[in-house]
Design a protein around this ligand. Structure first.
Ligand code: ATP
Ligand code: MG
Length: 564
């Protein structure tokens, strides 16, 4: 009985144990199930995570066989995930990508580090896209290298923008127009090679500077104020500058200056696009000058013509008056002789009449008049001589008698003519002296142009002397001589002279030391062109401060025809 009871107890214990074990087993199984579900859930999450990524991602084992990829990669390659697994890039993809892929895989494994490369990819629908591809190796839990993981970045838009920017940059860099960009304070932040070509300032020299380095002083403050007022108000300014290069020479540029605005409309920079118009401006000014010269010439010719007629009849009337007066003069001694005889032979006759006659003679200073008449007529004749000389010179100067063409012309005559025409310019400040070679040969030249050169140089000399505001008069000395080759003309003044710096630039167009609006700075430039280029001559200058100035014109006796 006791045994039976013990057996029954033992049996119950065993059953309880079995039940306990079963419950534990069931517990474990349930936990395992839960862990598996969780793992599946995680895998699913990771899978989903990869699939929602816009970047194509793939991973391969050490042999280069695909383990998996995301949906973006499927879209990129056109190969489904299942089809991809276990295959190499070479098996499923075509084209140059597979070569690059294999090479970079090797690099990843060799260096065990990241690799990056860029490539164009043709999508299954034939479109081209540009990708950056980043590759790295991934490791297993034990630390061993499991394979390679790669991720694509679509750079197509960035590349397109880059290309556009590059194109724009090349256009700006290669443009003929100078382009300058400044910040809001006016400091240069960019300038293109054309700017360097025109101004002489390299990019390194210009950056950080204010465009006022180009200021020539030929525009007043109001000009710049108007420019700044326009662009700071958000408007575009158009205009022409006379600016100064690094070497101090002047040039003209036509500019468009405008504010650069961001998308919000705020001004972030100022930009200028400028065209060098020095040549055009020079031609324009030359044309204007020659038109002016021509107008002056025409005016002079017109005045000379108009003067001719009245001078003619005033002169001939004066001649007649002189003849009449000569006759009166002959009568006067006769009538005086008659009166004297009457007084002597019949004293006391007509006393009142005689008295009135004597008084009238005294009141009229008749003796003085008789004496002065000759001088008056002599002076009047000299006056007429001078007037008709001026008229002749004016006509000569304005080329009415010569036409525009080249012909034989004597420089001595040119000098005399020009001195008469320009007398008003120098007569208050200087005496003109000439020392002209008597047998100076004629040369073939354009007389109008030569007169223009002489006038420029004489007027310059007069202006230079005038500038000194001295008490005494200066002199302008003009001498001519010649040898076998040249006819020379030296024009000297005892004015202020020129510094080396000024002397270097006097033949540059627009170079002037005279006040704004006074000189164009073209006089000597044009003179040089006429003497050197058009007549094959030379134009030299000798001058130093305090020593006066001498210009020497050389004209060839045989004109070298450069005009064709
Ligand atoms: N005789 C001179 N003495 C001193 N300086 C002179 C003399 N002649 C010319 N110059 C200098 O050379 C510069 C250029 O002369 P240029 O005749 O070309 O121009 P401009 O006289 O200034 O202007 P424009 O001739 O158009 O009236 C003058 O501004 C002056 O500085
Ligand atoms: Mg001048």
């Amino acid at each position: 009985m006791l045994l039976l009871l013990w057996l029954a107890w033992k049996l119950r214990r065993s059953r309880q144990n079995i039940l306990q074990s079963k419950r534990r087993l069931e517990d474990t199984v349930a936990k395992l199930h839960q862990a598996r579900d969780e793992q599946r859930e995680q895998m699913y999450f990771l899978h989903e995570l990869l699939n929602v990524l816009p970047n194509p991602v793939f991973f391969k084992d050490r042999e280069g066989k695909f383990i998996g990829c995301n949906q973006a990669f499927v879209n990129l390659t056109g190969v489904e995930q299942e089809e991809l697994q276990g295959k190499t890039a070479r098996d499923v993809l075509d084209g140059q990508l597979t070569e690059i892929a294999a090479a970079t895989d090797r690099k990843v494994f060799d260096s065990l580090g990241q690799q990056y490369y860029e490539s164009e990819v043709i999508l299954p629908d034939g479109r081209k896209r540009y990708y950056g591809i980043m590759k790295d190796c991934f490791r297993r839990r034990d630390g061993s290298v499991g394979g390679v993981i790669g991720c694509f970045f679509d750079l197509t838009e960035i590349k397109e923008t880059e290309r556009k920017l590059e194109r724009l940059f090349l256009v700006v860099e290669q443009a003929n127009e100078a382009i300058v960009i400044t910040d809001l304070e006016g400091s240069i932040v960019y300038c293109n090679p054309a700017f360097t070509r025109v101004t002489g300032y390299s990019q390194a020299e210009a950056l950080g500077q204010n465009p006022r380095i180009l200021k020539s002083g030929r525009q007043d403050e109001a000009f710049y104020q108007e420019l700044w007022a326009t662009i700071t108000a958000g408007e575009t300014w158009h205009g022409t500058f006379k600016n100064k290069r690094k070497d101090e020479s002047l040039f003209d540029e036509q500019a468009v200056i405008f504010p650069v605005k961001n998308k919000a409309g705020a001004i972030i920079n100022y930009a200028a696009v400028k065209r060098n118009v020095t040549k055009e401006k020079q031609l324009e000014d030359q044309l204007r000058l020659s038109q002016r010269m021509e107008a002056v010439g025409q005016l002079a010719a017109g005045v000379a013509h108009e003067l001719n007629t009245p001078i003619g009849f005033v002169a001939s009337n004066t001649e007649s008056v002189k003849n009449y007066v000569a006759q009166f003069k002959q009568l006067i001694p006769l009538y005086r002789e008659f009166v004297d005889k009457v007084v002597q032979t019949q004293p006391g006759l007509l006393p009142d009449e005689l008295k009135r006659l004597r008084e009238a003679e005294e009141d009229a200073h008749l003796d003085f008049i008789l004496e002065d008449l000759d001088d008056l007529f002599a002076e009047t004749e000299e006056g007429f001589e001078r007037i008709s000389q001026i008229v002749v010179k004016l006509r000569e100067f304005s080329r009415v008698d010569h036409g525009d063409e080249s012909g034989h012309y004597n420089i001595n005559k040119a000098i005399e003519t020009t001195l008469v025409v320009s007398r008003n310019e120098y007569k208050y400040v200087a005496e003109a002296e000439t020392d002209l070679a008597a047998d100076l040969p004629d040369i073939v030249c354009n007389s109008g142009e030569i007169n223009q050169v002489l006038l420029n140089i004489i007027v310059n000399a007069a202006q230079a002397i005038k500038e000194q505001q001295r008490q005494d008069k200066g002199f302008i000395r003009i001498a001519t001589d010649f040898d076998d080759q040249w006819v020379r003309c030296r024009i000297s003044d005892d004015g202020p002279g020129m510094s080396e710096e000024v002397k270097e630039k006097i033949f540059h167009p627009f170079f002037t030391t005279k006040a704004v609006g006074t000189g164009t700075g073209l006089g000597l430039y044009i003179s040089y062109d006429i003497i050197v280029n058009k007549h094959g001559g030379k134009l030299q200058v000798e001058s130093s401060p305090g020593q006066g100035t001498t210009f020497i014109i050389y004209l060839p006796r045989e004109k070298k025809s450069s005009e064709g």
